[in-house]
Design a protein around this ligand. Sequence first.
Ligand code: FAD
Length: 367
Amino acid sequence: MSDTDTKKPTLKKRKTALGERYLNNRGVWVFVEHEHGRVHPVSWELLGKGRQLADKLETELAAVVIGGTGAEIRAICDEAAQFGADLSYLMQDEVLLHYRSQPYTKGLSDLVEKFRPEVLLLGATTLGRDLAGAAATTLMTGLTADCTGLDIDTSDRSLLSTRPTFGGTLMATIVNVATRPQMATVRPRVFPLPERDSSRTGRIVEQPLGLAEDEVITKVIDFIPDARSDQPQLAFADFIVAGGRGLGRPENFQMLFELARVLGAEVGASRAATQANWVDHDRQVGQTGKTVRPKLYIAAGISGAIQHRVGMDSSDVIVAINTDEKATIMDFSNYALVGNAAELVPALTEAFRKRIAAARATPGAQE
Ligand code: FAD
């Protein structure tokens, strides 16, 4: 056998082939999404994470605020500073009053070309996904969508973007070695909301858009509020009771709605339950549903498949109700109740009802 035959394959160290024109790109940027003057919380969550990344890179953290000419848009820059931004890039123009891909992509791409950040993060919302894809294409750079983890490799300043792959069975860490900025989108509630520091202030760098309304091919004719805005706000709920196939039949979800009513919780579900049409698809938690971060997550009749877990394992306290003490969910729950959900859920509801009523009857008592 020759020497070559016996040689084991070796893992090559990653080659940095960063294009020369990107060598001086610096700064971590977060695109701040807002609608009618209200900022989407995912933007503050990203500023919290962005602060950590910027500190590791020993660079500045910037918010990108793009919108109409109202004072409320400029005020967003002050809020961004309080959530950790060192500065804000502000672009105001009436053409940017409502989100449209074309002017927002031009605005964001022009800012990137001029000020050359190293990292650019956006929320994986409907707007963020649209803008991120369009901007990455315009800037000819890489974008990792729906990340669940972000970190920095300080040896070559690369952004390590981790996300589920192969149907959620593996986690892949993706690195963009060749271009800048390194772009990523992250779903709401993946990262915690940072503490707000009202004493913090930041610089504002203003930049014009340079695009006239008659150059924009899409027009906003009217704004019709979403009639489904009273739908479950799972992503931001503090308490969630979720059900899965183990509930046996759709009628058993009524038990969960009753428990949710007593706790002031939202009702979630596994994909097995939503696919069986036991509850609305909006309630699905997991890789292809919502990512949640409640204080309490009660999972009844849910096995804890990885695709469900990635959407809920940042919950503060997880309570699993399952007949199978070896179910996967038991491995990552704080409390495990082994038994039939059809019996345990009503018993829990009754216990909570009594406890909450007693706490309300005792002045000064904690609920
Ligand atoms: P099962 O796995 O069937 O588990 C039922 C559990 O109930 C079992 O643990 C059982 O012991 C227990 N049980 C049975 N009877 C009772 C009882 N009487 N009382 C109490 N417990 C009982 N899943 C998601 O949830 N969210 C996603 O976003 C998601 N995305 C996916 C994306 C892809 C690409 C793929 C391939 C799959 C995805 N899935 C997702 C599906 C996931 O793999 C699982 O199939 C699903 O989560 C299982 O749902 P379940 O736990 O309700 O059902």
